[in-house]
Design a protein around this ligand. Structure first.
Ligand SMILES: Cc1cc2nc3c(=O)[nH]c(=O)nc-3n(C[C@H](O)[C@H](O)[C@H](O)COP(=O)(O)OP(=O)(O)OC[C@H]3O[C@@H](n4cnc5c(N)ncnc54)[C@H](O)[C@@H]3O)c2cc1C
Length: 429
């Protein structure tokens, strides 16, 4: 039966969900408090995708059982989240958790490829990722992750140091890695560009995008109601001041919450408190230099992951992007500076001088994550309210698969994959 569905949030998850719901025959309206598509966490992430990226954290946890390279900050709630992370990644739980992550990531990659083919999408992307370690200690951890990949059937091969230069000729010969591995199935893409293309296709299917509109409240029920508040700038450029005049209510058959961090207060007001923490990260994007002799740009051809730092260095058209998620919760300004310096140092280590630092663009983003690292997809338990959120630093890698799983659930179609463990019920266990 065709439903009138509201989607909250126009990031990559909201836009792909809107597309899949419209493709399944529903009438869809997307409400976005900002003025554009992909303006929040989907703006400038590294854009890594594939099962190896999605499994990264849990695979690294097999070695040493600790949260890799993420600072918990001072807030006690973050430490509770960290303890839950360790519990979710305990040895006995890991095989099932990793199977679930892998299943959704592989499906998502297939869905992205299928959409790219069938809709003839053209966006910046490349395939193949080189993982590099700098020291024996890092190599030990990388080997543990590769052993997990082996068991889970994630394609990979070890690469001799010489061969690294064949894969990525721009690598700095003076700082060879201690060890390296190549993941042929993994890739990197411009998440924001993809999101804009999917918006165009959603438009063609009749999806209505409503910008500058904050969902202020959800009234649950068989026909749930949204309270909408305009966030459009006033004539003077500031926020709209006559709030009473800009509030309206709209009724739907179903509401899908894809508002990432902005979803949490809305759901909490409906009685659903999610144990999510904000993963905070940064990226810097810089124009690549051209080699004086060959006039070719130097820098990465595709993507490199600095295994010890979990920093990714990716090619995005004629630019290079360096990114990492580094802590939970809000970052003090001094730490932000240190986080960006870490990114420049990694670029300088692996590809010195490849880009114009004076023209770099800095971006900070945050995305909610559950301790087990999987998103929440499906019915929320609140009448009329559905969820697709909490993707942590795998939101691009998981978006297309999550969107299809969600649309199948709402449409009561049999999903293509086993969706056990993706829903809200797992939080009650
Ligand atoms: C530094 C960094 C690097 C990353 N690298 C990768 C990577 O390599 N690979 C990968 O897969 N992922 C990566 N990620 C994660 C990825 O960027 C996110 O998981 C993904 O963009 C989340 O998409 P989303 O649509 O859920 O959220 P968002 O893009 O944040 O969209 C949510 C939207 O909802 C809107 N909204 C919220 N509340 C409301 C409301 N009440 N009313 C109306 N609108 C609302 C917001 O304005 C926003 O536009 C990275 C993240 C960071 C920070």
């Amino acid at each position: 039966m065709t439903k009138h569905i509201a989607v909250i949030g126009a990031g990559v998850v909201g836009v792909t969900s809107a597309y899949e719901l419209a493709a399944a025959g529903h009438t869809v309206s997307v409400f976005e408090r900002g003025g554009t598509i992909g303006g929040a966490a989907s703006f400038a992430p590294a854009g890594m995708d594939g099962p190896g990226w999605a499994l990264g954290w849990s695979a690294l946890s097999t070695c040493g059982g600790r949260l890799p390279r993420v600072s918990l900050g001072a807030h006690p709630q973050n430490w509770v989240w960290g303890a839950r992370w360790l519990h979710a990644h305990r040895r006995s739980a890991l095989p099932l958790l990793q199977q679930r992550v892998r299943r959704l990531a592989v499906y998502s990659l297939e869905r992205t490829q299928e959409l790219t083919r069938s809709l003839k999408l053209e966006f910046e992307h490349s395939t193949g990722v080189l993982v590099l370690s700098r020291s024996a200690a890092e190599t030990k951890r990388m080997n543990a992750a590769l052993a997990a990949f082996e068991q889970l059937g994630v394609p990979h091969r070890r690469v001799a140091v010489d061969e690294c230069l064949v894969v990525e000729p721009g690598l700095h010969v003076e700082s060879p890695p201690d060890a390296a591995a190549y993941l042929p199935q993994e890739g990197t893409a411009n998440c924001r560009e993809f999101t804009h293309l999917m918006r165009q296709h959603a438009d063609r299917l009749g999806v209505r995008f409503v910008f500058h509109t904050q969902v202020a409240a959800i009234s649950a029920g068989e026909r749930p109601v949204l309270t909408l508040r305009s966030t459009a700038p006033s004539a003077t450029g500031g926020p709209a001041h006559d709030l009473a005049a800009t509030v309206e209510r709209a009724t739907f058959d179903a509401i899908v919450v894809c508002g990432a961090l902005g979803s949490l207060p809305l759901l909490a007001a409906c009685g659903l408190r999610l144990p999510m923490a904000a993963l905070q990260g940064h990226s810097v994007t810089l124009p690549l230099r051209l080699d004086d002799v060959t006039a070719q740009s130097v820098g990465p051809r595709s993507a490199v992951i600095d295994a010890g730092e979990r920093i990714s260095i990716t090619r995005s058209g004629s630019r290079v992007r360096v990114a990492a998620v580094s802590r939970l919760g809000r970052q003090p300004v001094a730490d932000e500076r240190a986080a960006s310096q870490r990114l420049y140092r990694a670029l300088d280590h692996w590809f010195p001088g490849c880009a114009r630092v004076s023209q770099s663009q800095h971006w900070a983003g945050s995305c909610p994550a559950l301790p087990d690292g999987l998103p929440l997809i499906g019915a929320s338990g609140i009448p009329g309210v559905w969820l697709n959120l909490g993707h942590g630093d795998t939101g691009w890698a998981m978006a297309c698969g999550s969107a299809r799983v969600l649309a199948d659930a709402i449409t009561q179609r049999t999903p293509d994959i086993d969706v056990d463990g993706l829903g809200v019920e797992r939080l009650r266990g």
